[in-house]
Design a protein around this ligand. Structure first.
Ligand SMILES: [Fe+2]
Length: 396
């Protein structure tokens, strides 16, 4: 049976013209038991539409792992390395992830106390909140009134040693009911976004690239991003911007000498734009919090120098300069009308193209609001492909 694809329901805040290709609900198939032909269609749809939703799904952790692995049969370990985030106690990811004992590549994430769950007698889950990560925080009074923030815009990736996963699968087992909340950007724009409680918010890396002015596109296809060693340990003492789109530059990062032992050869230097293997389109894919340096190549021969940024290339090492440039490039793409906030129902399965979108946890739960999700992504067997020579000539 062929799969059926229908557009995702967009909230009133979204600009439909920017979501023509983004997001599809997949109907008519059981994602835990896809035939090879059905999987080939799902694979294609994922790369074309960036996020796929299946409703009313029954999916064991084993099936979820198998489905995730099918996108990259040579991958094996969880995206951060199996059990790596648990053993690295200083990492800011440490409290957010609990492993399903039978299938260590699948993580239990959520909020509140969960009992007798897939071999875990009990698990205390905590939904990450901006209050522990942003430099400034909403007052308790504001939170009481339903205001909240994006937690941290990111790609699911260790950004050190392991390659960024191709796909993340998120399966909602328990979803608490609750009122809508309002995301405040708090960056002097006055931007706000109404969101369902505990939404996962997505923006398209393709849209991020498409809406950039030409001088940023020229720079993006010429630039490589060097991430810090053990970036989540490095950034742990630092504090984020109120939009969750990167770190404030206050010199709080852990000095490199104080990090767990690291190896130059394991540091990730990745293209700033990643080429979609199915559509050939370019997605601007940068995890702003973990970036340490930007390495720009000069304009290629024949390109117009007029108005070009860094026409002779550059190697930016000043964190403030690196971050402010990235913020200017990325901020327009998280504007309220470009965000898809998923309204979770129990037994939703969302697959997203982790090399084509940015996403973030949103909102805050009370301790008695129990939420349990299964998440899986696998450190990829390859490095994301950057722009081709042809792309560079086209955009530089
Ligand atoms: Fe994530």
């Amino acid at each position: 049976m062929a799969i059926e694809l229908t557009p995702l329901p967009l909230p009133a805040s979204a600009d439909p013209s920017k979501f023509v290709d983004f997001g599809r609900e997949v109907k008519g198939v059981d994602p835990g038991n896809l035939t090879p032909e059905q999987f080939a269609e799902v694979y294609d749809a994922l790369y074309k539409h960036s996020a796929l939703l299946f409703r009313n799904v029954s999916l064991t952790p084993e099936q979820q792992y198998a489905l995730t692995k099918a996108f990259d049969p040579d991958s094996e370990a969880y995206g951060h390395g199996n059990n790596k985030t648990q053993s690295t106690k200083k990492s800011i990811l440490h409290p957010d992830l609990k492993t399903i004992p039978r299938v260590p590549q699948v993580q239990l994430i959520g909020n509140g106390m969960v009992y007798n769950h897939e071999g875990l007698a009990s698990a205390a889950l905590k939904h990450p909140s901006h209050t522990t990560f942003h430099k400034t925080r909403l007052s308790e009074d504001e939170e009481e009134k339903g205001y909240t923030r994006f937690y941290r815009w990111h790609i699911d990736a260790a950004l050190y040693e392991y390659n960024p996963p191709r796909v993340t699968t998120l399966y909602s087992v328990t979803v608490p009911e609750g009122p809508m909340q309002t995301v405040r950007y708090d960056d002097d724009t006055g931007d706000e976004l109404p969101v369902p409680l505990g939404t996962t918010a997505f923006v398209s890396g393709k849209t991020m690239f498409d809406i950039m002015p030409p001088q940023y596109k020229s720079l993006a296809v010429r630039t490589k991003v060097r991430y810090a060693p053990h970036p989540y340990v490095w950034m742990a003492p630092a504090r984020a911007m109120p939009t969750g789109l990167g770190i404030e530059t206050e010199g709080l990062e852990l000095p490199l000498a104080d990090l767990p032992q690291w190896d130059e050869s394991k540091i990730k230097t990745l293209p700033m734009v990643w080429k979609n293997p199915v559509t050939g389109e370019l997605h601007f894919q940068v995890h702003p919090c973990g970036v340490q340096e930007l390495i720009m190549a000069p304009l290629p021969g024949g390109a117009k120098r007029e108005g070009a940024l860094y026409p002779d290339g550059a190697h930016l090492k000043d964190l403030g300069e690196v971050r402010s440039l990235l913020y200017k490039i990325q901020r327009p793409a998280i504007a309220p009308q470009l965000v898809y906030p998923h309204d979770w129902k129990e037994r939703d399965l969302v697959l997203f193209h982790n090399r084509g979108v940015l996403h973030t946890v949103v909102g805050a739960f009370r301790p008695d609001q129990v939420r349990a999700f299964h998440q899986c992504n696998l450190a990829a067997s390859d490095v994301p492909a950057g722009p081709t020579e042809e792309d560079v000539h086209k955009w530089a």
